[in-house]
Design a protein around this ligand. Structure first.
Ligand code: ADP
Ligand code: MG
Length: 703
């Protein structure tokens, strides 16, 4: 075993188990883990001892401040720094940090989105230490992962419901496992997640010249470049030196934070890349992904690059997603999604598989809403991304097992074929029993499910809350039946019956074909699957009675908390579109229109001058171009005026759903139409006059 230890080589900024083991008194360390492992409340004594060790460690590492680091509904993280210094009289100050400060903090909650949960005058909100995730140091500040709730105890963040969903999953999974005799010897079940992250890297000077990228994260204008991704020469291509330098730096920054970035490669679109970390427990993975996105942006700045994490920064080339690899494991190390060598005989695996199939079918609307964002609307259903329709891919081998169960037939295991390259010197190896399906939104990939609908900027929390809760629900239904069995044999027979019933009843959600095809859209409709194209269509799923019942039953969200999420999501949808539309009108008025006028002026001047030289010079090309420019400039002008009028009407207080519908139907249509005129003008305006870097300039800005 190689013992080169990453934290020892690169340094560590995480207050992890090793550090705690080394620095906490033995009793405190054990008491802390007793609480974490068994989900028991922590005492102030333990917190006091942890706080003291944390402070000493952090100060030794150069930290001067601390903050509760939390994830409000803004989609990004929040922090409010306090320094460690405390006055001790006589004008002296010391560095101190108490257990109370570790446990809770009280940021002003009134400026975070609450969706009506908290009136503005009731500003009190609390953050509370989450001891199940590790504290870390960033910018000389000790960051303490925390939850965030209102004075009345309502959830104002993304972490609390995630932790609740993990609790619910544990409870229901253990019921099923116990009812089946607990062959794994488990006492606890949890979900693991590996989040693959896509992003674009462009030169910062180019980025700074684009108002749209700076204000909205995506280009709102841009004519199609002569060369986009047609040649398929970027995917896995050689990594350019500047990008490589960025990736190397990024890896080290992430490793120091205990985020084990493993794979980095070029993605399909020019200037697009991907990072995949080693998976971990869901809570850690979610915190770490949030941190990864932040660190990517700051490391990019150091390299004079801009890292774009928007779902669709450029029209016409691939957008960026995030793949949520998800599995469920016992504390004895058994992955419950691992089919083993003989899946057809692996009852526990089949029970969990059937529960996922039923869950994905029954809660497809919630899975869709869990990935809904205005940015992702541009991506889902685009050529390169899964459609807005949720379906599952199981692969050939598992598909055959499911088929056999559905048709009450026996299953013949497939033989592993040997891969032959036709070149003798190349070693032979076993092929996988199933190919991959890159088009599926929810694919079984050997021993985990890969949910691929997430947008690149999304927090991992929302989709995992839904995944864990829907699975908890299906398992609870199974457990209630299995627990009535008098013997283990009877439980086994009941389990097989349940698996068979679930797969027969919910087989419509399984689709192994090409999800990008037009035929699938029709076929899905025939199967009665949902196709919620935009966020405005998807968000109302939060308020469907079956979904409220689900979340209330498992104590994830109350009805009010769901109503608040509904409000916040739709409000966010309207705000994003509003800002984008305003950015467009401003770019047209301040830059595009003046530039086109100047170019037209130059052409008109040329025509005049040429005609003065000789009447015989007809200036046909200049006139033709001038006419085209003038026609499109007029259109640009009138479309801008129209959009401005529509925007002024949008701000009146309709109810939030009709407002979102208005943005979807009216504003986004007008934005698309305005863009068309501007892009036409870009294609016929001389480069010297065009006010912004073009798609070619941007996508090839890093050399
Ligand atoms: P690909 O999607 O290219 O096939 P991999 O199979 O290597 O890539 O894994 C992709 C991601 O899935 C990685 O982040 C990896 O850590 C994660 N992963 C692997 N196994 C699990 C698991 N059991 N649970 C959660 N994530 C996992
Ligand atoms: Mg993947």
């Amino acid at each position: 075993m190689n013992t080169l230890n990453v934290p020892e080589i690169f340094g560590s900024l995480v207050f992890n188990n090793d550090v705690m083991h080394e620095r906490l008194p033995k009793e405190t360390y054990e008491a802390l883990h007793e609480c974490i492992d068994n989900n028991k409340p922590l005492t102030l004594d333990i917190a006091q001892a942890v706080a003291s060790a944390m402070k000493t460690w952090a100060v030794e590492k150069g930290a001067t401040h601390f903050t509760h680091w939390f994830q409000p509904m803004t989609g990004i993280t929040a922090e409010k720094h306090d320094s460690f210094i405390v006055p001790v009289g006589d004008g002296k100050v010391i560095m101190d940090f108490s257990g109370k400060e570790l446990i809770r903090s009280e940021p002003d909650a009134s400026s975070f989105p609450s969706g009506g949960l908290r009136a503005t005058f009731e500003a009190r909100g609390y953050t509370a230490w989450d001891p199940t995730s590790f504290a870390f140091i960033k910018d000389k500040t000790l960051c303490i992962p925390s939850i965030f709730c209102s004075y009345g105890g309502q959830v104002l963040d993304k972490k609390t419901p995630l932790l609740r969903s993990l609790q619910a999953l544990n409870k229901q999974a253990m019921r099923v496992i116990n009812a089946l005799g607990n062959p794994t010897g488990a006492t606890h079940v949890s979900a693991t997640v590996g989040g693959e992250q896509e992003y674009f890297l462009i030169d910062r000077d180019v980025y700074n010249q684009r108002e749209d990228l700076k204000l909205t994260g995506r280009t709102l204008f841009g004519a199609k470049p002569p060369k986009g991704q047609e040649m398929e020469d970027h995917y896995f291509g050689t990594i350019k030196p500047r990008v490589k330098a960025f990736m190397d730096d990024l890896d080290i920054e992430l490793w120091k934070l205990g985020i084990y970035a493993k794979t980095e490669h070029n993605e399909v679109a020019p200037a697009q890349h991907e990072l995949a970390p080693i998976f971990s427990d869901t809570n850690t993975a979610t915190d770490q992904n949030q941190l990864t996105m932040e660190i990517m942006k700051t490391v990019a700045i150091k390299h004079n690059l801009a890292c774009l994490i928007h779902e669709k920064p450029f029209a016409g080339v691939n957008g960026s997603g995030k793949h949520n690899n998800w599995s469920v494991t016992t504390n004895t190390g058994v992955n419950l999604f691992d089919p083993g060598k003989t899946p057809a005989e692996n009852t526990i695996f089949l029970v969990f598989l059937a529960a996922v199939v039923k869950g994905v079918d029954e809660y497809q609307d919630l899975l869709r809403v869990s990935v809904a964002s205005p940015g992702n609307d541009h991506r889902l259903g685009g050529d390169e991304a899964p459609p807005a329709i949720v379906s599952m891919y199981l692969g050939d081998e598992l598909g055959a097992v499911v088929d056999a169960i559905e048709h009450d037939e026996s299953f013949e295991p497939m033989e592993k074929a040997v891969m032959k390259s036709g070149v003798k010197v190349i070693p032979r190896f076993d092929k996988d029993t199933s190919d991959r399906n890159r088009t599926s939104p929810f694919a079984f990939t050997g021993n985990k499910f890969e949910f691929r609908m997430l947008g690149s900027s999304a927090s991992l929390s929302s989709p995992n809350i839904v995944l864990n809760t829907m699975l908890a629900e299906e398992l609870s239904q199974m457990a209630t039946i299995l627990e009535t069995a008098k013997t283990l044999d009877e439980a086994e027979i009941m389990a097989q019956q349940l698996v068979s019933d679930y797969l027969k009843d919910h087989g419509r959600i399984i689709f192994n074909g090409n999800n990008y095809s037009e035929e699938w859209v029709k076929e899905a409709e025939r199967r009665g699957l949902l196709n919620l194209k935009t966020s405005a269509d998807a968000v109302p799923a939060y308020l469907a009675e079956k979904n409220i019942a689900l979340f209330e039953k498992h104590k994830i969200y109350s009805r009010e908390e769901l109503e608040s999420r509904y409000e916040i999501s739709l409000e966010n949808y309207c705000k994003v579109l509003h800002i984008e539309a305003l950015t467009m009108t401003e770019m047209v008025k301040k830059d595009i229109y003046p530039a086109v006028c100047e170019y037209m002026g130059m052409l008109a001047k040329t025509i005049n001058e040429k005609t003065q030289v000789c009447e015989c010079l007809k200036c046909e090309s200049e006139k033709d171009l001038l006419m085209k420019l003038s026609k499109n400039a007029d259109e640009l002008y009138s479309k801008t005026k129209a959009l401005e009028e529509q925007l002024s009407k949008a701000e009146h207080d309709y109810d939030i759903k009709s407002q979102a519908d208005y943005y979807r139907d009216v504003i986004s249509e007008s934005m698309a139409s305005l863009r068309e005129s501007a892009d036409t003008l870009e294609a016929i305006t001389a480069s010297d006059f065009w006010p912004f870097p073009t798609y070619t300039d941007i996508l090839n800005s890093v050399v």
